[in-house]
Write a protein that binds this ligand. Structure first.
Ligand SMILES: Nc1nc2c(c(=O)[nH]1)N[C@H]1C(S)=C(S)[C@@H](COP(=O)(O)OP(=O)(O)OC[C@H]3O[C@@H](n4cnc5c(=O)[nH]c(N)nc54)[C@H](O)[C@@H]3O)O[C@H]1N2
Ligand SMILES: Nc1nc2c(c(=O)[nH]1)N[C@H]1C(S)=C(S)[C@@H](COP(=O)(O)OP(=O)(O)OC[C@H]3O[C@@H](n4cnc5c(=O)[nH]c(N)nc54)[C@H](O)[C@@H]3O)O[C@H]1N2
Ligand SMILES: [Mo]
Length: 775
């Protein structure tokens, strides 16, 4: 199975040394450069000034929380947020004429970058069976086609409804209600591939799947760990919070196989001295860890803390917290005492002295926060790693107090809110009971399919109709070749989208493009102008309202599309669900959310107040809603992948110039890579061992127990200061390498940060390793 290069402009690759700092003037000018290319000056200025303001539009870039209303900067956005906004506000349009000119088979050969650059989708389109073209269709007929296919299914479980985390609370609530009233829990979402491991680990140990940290906590922590995340690119506004924490005296420890620019220094573009000066250094300590070594690191720290307690009885552990709030401490302590330093050093690639120095920092500080993202969750033992982080926090009572806590840094701007609204294939009974009480139908109880299992079911012909609400399912999921076959096996696929992407070109026998309003645009319904709400990483729910004129007069909002589809599909089966009323006034959806979901009482009134609503986190009130009523210490084992000679452990990540599956340019400025995305970053000593040099062309071949030849062709080797044995390449071009079966234990999340690969010189078919191995 291959993923060959598509028509990317094959510029010369140029490589410069990785940057040692993030943001500052280049970031501002890059954002404006991109803005001005994509849209008119006036639209740019208008959108940028409303981003993350109290009455403005929530930045679709990431889920980082906003400061309190009085403390927001006039430019409360980052370079990358500005790019995402402008990517949506572009003046380019994909029209019916475009689809007449480009058959689907041709579109399928274009790159992700090219497809996105064509601009905004403008009218509903259909691909009929046996046709190679999309052609225009009315909204009525388009929704009629989807609802007829849904109604013709043998069982509601033959349909799947995918959501990407950009979808608002209101649309998400309507979607899950529709799916459940239709009769299925098949609600796969991007979160299955993102923080699923965090959700499982936190839920099991603390009784709640969400992070416990607010911006205020971050500002007042005295020690912050940044584990497996690249904030300079993916959460740039987090750097401002870290800068403030540092001004208040905090120390920061970064843990990463890559010395990322944003972890090293930060020049705050929102402050004059940030633009001019050298900026602040972010990480006081950088642990250049081996991929997947974080569980061993935290277990080692936990063991060192236990030993320190033995030397200074009562001075190290928070016995009161452990006694009052937790269970399982003794078993945990016994387990941790048994691990050996040889194993820890092999797993982490760190020295014992480095880890002891971190222990000393931990002992010196009273308020500790651990932040993490995909570098932790996308491993086979991702859930176990997060459980160990929870152990670490609990030992010294670093939970539930100001300035402490667990901080899974969420990705999509409303990925957390979508889960709160019930987008999950495994919602618990209390949620389903509340739906039943409120809407008078009995929702299905059997768990539905997640993203990985949806692909499997499509492949086997068990899923026949697929509706994607935002996102780019075929590019986000693993095993691209398998996923493409699976999707082509569907009777009907339909996507509610703002922009063209590969999921429109790899489609079912009948396929629909249902174009929708973006977040930046005015949403006028029968009862007047509407706003939507979103929830950020710190559980704050607030309003988002677009101001721009919609990209086309034919666009419908996500809520309108879903309500109309639900009404047509469910006929009179759900008389108690007022789909029409929901469509004309989103406030009526929020009233129902208030009745169904805890924490949302009086939603409509409270959410419009400046700053919105902060949903309570029980942990911060000293309550741990696990079955035992206590937080759990757990015993965790790691499975470090063996890296046989001639192989590398490959992580797949985001460049500085992409938004998930969508590259904006071929550059990755902070890492010094320009003009080409098909590159693999390899440690110079590994290159010597492999007999390769920077600039050579190689195919990446993944190694998996099923023996299938999964290959990504023609990558250029870049010598890069990544940890020995650990290479990195961009997603989604590398998803072809990731077997569907390679998932995290418990969470079923694809292990996108740990694939075993070997490199073969392109065109020779020969393993580089055989002749030129020089270990
Ligand atoms: N500009 C921009 N912003 C975004 C996104 C985007 O695509 N573009 N995507 C959004 C989404 S949906 C998400 S989920 C987030 C993603 O935010 P991140 O999690 O920061 O994204 P990745 O690029 O996957 O980077 C993972 C980081 O983990 C490190 N890493 C990899 N393996 C390991 C490991 O084993 N241990 C440790 N300690 N570190 C490791 C990598 O070197 C890298 O620095 O960003 C959100 N924000
Ligand atoms: N190998 C590998 N795979 C990964 C990851 C990885 O690190 N490595 N990361 C995983 C993660 S963390 C995530 S979150 C997923 C991301 O997976 P998705 O969320 O499915 O993908 P996106 O690239 O965010 O989707 C982009 C598309 O969303 C549509 N869109 C944008 N804005 C809107 C809107 O407002 N409304 C609607 N209706 N549509 C809109 C546009 O058409 C655009 O083309 O990928 C996962 N896959
Ligand atoms: Mo994500």
């Amino acid at each position: 199975m291959r993923d060959a290069p598509r028509d990317e402009p094959d510029e010369e690759l140029s490589v410069t040394p990785p940057k040692k700092w993030a943001a500052g003037i280049p970031a501002v000018t890059h954002a404006l450069g991109y803005s001005l290319e994509e849209t008119s000056v006036e639209r740019t200025a208008r959108t940028l000034l409303t981003i993350n303001q109290v009455d403005g539009v929530d930045c679709p870039g990431c889920a980082w929380p906003d400061p309190s209303p009085g403390q927001r900067h006039r430019n409360e956005y980052c370079e990358n947020g500005a790019k995402h906004i402008n990517d949506e506000a572009t003046l380019r349009r994909v029209t019916a004429d475009f689809f007449r000119q480009h058959p689907i088979s041709e579109l399928a050969r274009h790159s992700d970058l090219w497809l996105n650059q064509q601009g905004r989708l403008t009218e509903p389109m259909v691909k009929r069976p046996d046709s190679d073209h999309y052609e225009p269709i009315s909204w009525r007929d388009a929704l009629g086609l989807v609802s007829e296919e849904l109604k013709s299914l043998g069982s509601p479980d033959e349909a799947a409804f995918y959501t990407s985390g950009r979808v608002s609370n209101e649309a998400a609530f309507v979607l899950q209600l529709f799916a459940r009233a239709f009769g299925t829990n098949n609600l796969p979402d991007c979160s299955n591939m993102c923080h699923e491991s965090s959700g499982f680990a936190l839920h099991e140990t603390l009784g709640t799947g969400k992070g416990t940290v607010s911006l205020h906590d971050l500002h007042h922590a005295d020690l912050i760990f940044l584990v497996g995340q690249n904030p300079g690119t993916n959460h740039p506004r987090q750097l401002s919070a870290l800068e403030e924490a540092k001004a208040n005296g905090a120390r920061i420890i970064a843990v990463n196989p890559l010395p990322e620019a944003g972890l090293l220094r930060f020049k705050n573009p929102q402050r004059p001295r940030g633009v001019i000066g050298r900026g602040v250094s972010i990480a006081d300590r950088f642990l250049h860890i081996r991929g997947g070594g974080d569980l061993a690191l935290f277990q080692a720290l936990n063991r060192l803390l236990l030993e320190a307690e033995e030397e200074r009885l009562g001075a190290v552990l928070d016995h009161e917290f452990i006694r009052a709030n937790t269970s399982g401490f003794e078993e945990f302590a016994q387990h941790v005492r048994r691990i050996s330093w040889d194993e820890i050093i092999a797993a982490t690639g760190l020295d014992r002295a480095e880890i002891e120095a971190v222990r000393d920092e931990v002992l010196r500080h009273e308020r500790v926060i651990v932040c993490w993202a995909m570098g932790v969750t996308q491993h086979k033992h991702g859930v176990a790693t997060i459980r160990e982080i929870v152990n670490f926090l609990m030992m010294r009572g670093n939970l539930g107090r100001a300035g402490t806590g667990a901080c899974p840094v969420r990705g999509h701007s409303n990925v957390q809110g979508d889960r709160t609204m019930g987008i999950w294939e495994q919602m618990p009974d209390d949620f389903l009971d509340a739906i039943q009480r409120e809407f008078g139908f009995d929702p299905p109880r059997a768990h539905g399919l997640d993203s990985v299992n949806t692909i499997r079911a499509m492949h086997e012909g068990r899923i026949k109709v697929f509706l994607g609400v935002a996102g780019n399912f075929v590019r986000a999921v693993p095993d691209s070749a398998v996923a493409e076959d699976a999707i082509r096996n569907c009777r009907l696929t339909a996507h509610i989208s703002t922009k063209l992407n590969r999921s429109h070109t790899v489609c079912g026998r009948t396929a629909l493009i249902l174009p929708t309003l973006g977040r930046t645009e005015r949403d006028i319904q029968q009862d007047g102008a509407q706003f939507v709400t979103v929830e950020d990483s710190s559980s704050e729910v607030h309003v988002s309202q677009g101001r721009l004129q919609p990209a086309s007069t034919l666009l419908l909002s996500e809520v309108a599309i879903l309500c109309r589809l639900a009404r047509r599909t469910l006929d009179r089966r759900t008389p108690d669900i007022p789909w029409d009323e929901f469509e004309s006034d989103y406030g009526t959806i929020r009233d129902r959310i208030a009745n169904v979901i805890p924490g949302f009482h009086d939603f409509n009134r409270r959410v419009v107040r400046p700053g919105g609503i902060r949903l309570p986190n029980p942990v911060n009130e000293g309550v741990f809603p696990t079955p035992a009523g206590k937080a759990l210490f757990t015993c965790n084992a790691w499975h470090m992948p063996e890296i046989p000679e001639g192989h590398l452990l490959l992580q797949t990540l985001r460049s500085h110039d992409q938004w998930n599956t969508i590259p904006y340019t071929e550059n990755d400025r902070y890492r010094g890579v320009h003009g080409r995305r098909r590159v693999i970053l390899v440690n110079p000593d590994d290159l010597t061992d492999l007999g390769l040099a920077g600039g050579e062309r190689v195919d990446l071949v993944s190694v998996w127990e099923d023996g299938v030849d999964r290959r990504a062709e023609d990558f250029e080797v870049v010598s890069y200061p990544t940890t020995r044995g650990c290479a990195a390449a961009y997603y989604p071009e590398t998803n072809v390498l990731l077997p569907l079966a390679s998932v995290a234990d418990i969470s079923n999340q694809p292990t996108a940060k740990a694939m075993l690969v070997r490199l073969e010189r392109t065109g020779t078919g020969s393993a580089n390793g055989s002749s030129s191995h020089r270990r």
